[in-house]
Ligand binder design. Sequence first.
Ligand code: AMP
Ligand code: MG
Length: 405
Amino acid sequence: MSDYPIQLVFDDAVAIIRDVAARHRLETETLPLSRTHGRILATDIDAPIALPPFDNSAMDGFALRHADLRADETTLRLIGEQFAGRARDLAVGEGECVRITTGAPMPAGADTVVIKENTRLDGDRVVIVTSPELGANLRRTGEDVSPGERVLHAGYRLTPARVSLAASLGLASLPVVRKPTVAVFSSGDELIEPGLSLAPGEIYDSNRELLMGLLRAEGLEPTAWPRLPDDPRQVEIALRDAGCAFDLIITCGAVSAGEKDHIPAVIAQFGQVHFWKVRMKPGMPVLFGSLDQARVLALPGNPVSVFATFLGFGRALIDALQGRLEPRSVERAQLVAPLEKSHARREFLRANVFCDEHGTLRADPNPAVGSHRLRAVGDSNALIVIPDGPQRLAAGAVVEVLRYA
Ligand code: AMP
Ligand code: MG
């Protein structure tokens, strides 16, 4: 496997991920509304009712007939009250009005609401001090949504606003795509659990928490597996075990060309390699494959490579498995400092993205070099994407940024 020649360009690798994952789109489940937050909607939704469902008042005041209003003050007879809630059997006749509150159904006969502040009470009479326009302070049936109108789209994420829209239409449940189950593996004999003491040559496992956090930020509930030792048989047993039980396996480490990098051979022997090695920096040895029922994204071990490959490929894979069609918003920012590269690979650089006093998004690259330098990731909030091919970018040039914080 170590002489595996193919080095894909980044966009082709994303296309392969989308293609393979689309063929393994997860099934639909119908969940009560309260459990649908953050999920991907599985079918289009057409409004079963109008919104608002009935003509109602936009303000607290009095419902009246506009034709009764005079040029100067008008005095009307108060015949009842209609508060927000069930409609009472009230009809406003000539010279009459009904006390009304915001959201209350308009009584028959009334066509206008005068706000309380523009009236004066005089016993059972209401004096209209300032006359409203015809139809003022009314919310009309269906002005927001007509029955049958498409309001939610398959493949879109259910944000709080969209879930509440479904609730306002009376929908108690929604069909959503099942979330992928994810197994997370760190690998390497040098890795030690935080809290234990280090022998010379050992380091603490930092990628596990990085991946667990990134996956949780995607709304998933990943399962961390025990660390994989650099032993081919143990790698095989653990990955094949996870391959039977999870939709997605994410590993980090042991995926490049070293003597102890056993993951590519295991996937090739017991599953399928869709791609291995992408023209990117950092993260070049990334592998995407399938093993039993799971898709496998094997990320390189360097912490910054994990970041770049997860943001670049992990998110695309999670989206495609759930049939997400709504594109994620692409953010761009102006470089604070010039950047140059001579190699052909797409490059990802840590940076601080902020909005300056003129409202312009700016990206300040972190000077740290080396994909092992996690501190620079912590000090930053985004990765700058420098396009494929040699680049000479002046300060002020616009680049894509992937925000992670
Ligand atoms: P590898 O891809 O296994 O050759 O690992 C590349 C580098 O990343 C090595 O310096 C590893 O020690 C380091 N590394 C691998 N996995 C982790 C991890 N889980 N946490 C921190 N560093 C890691
Ligand atoms: Mg290793």
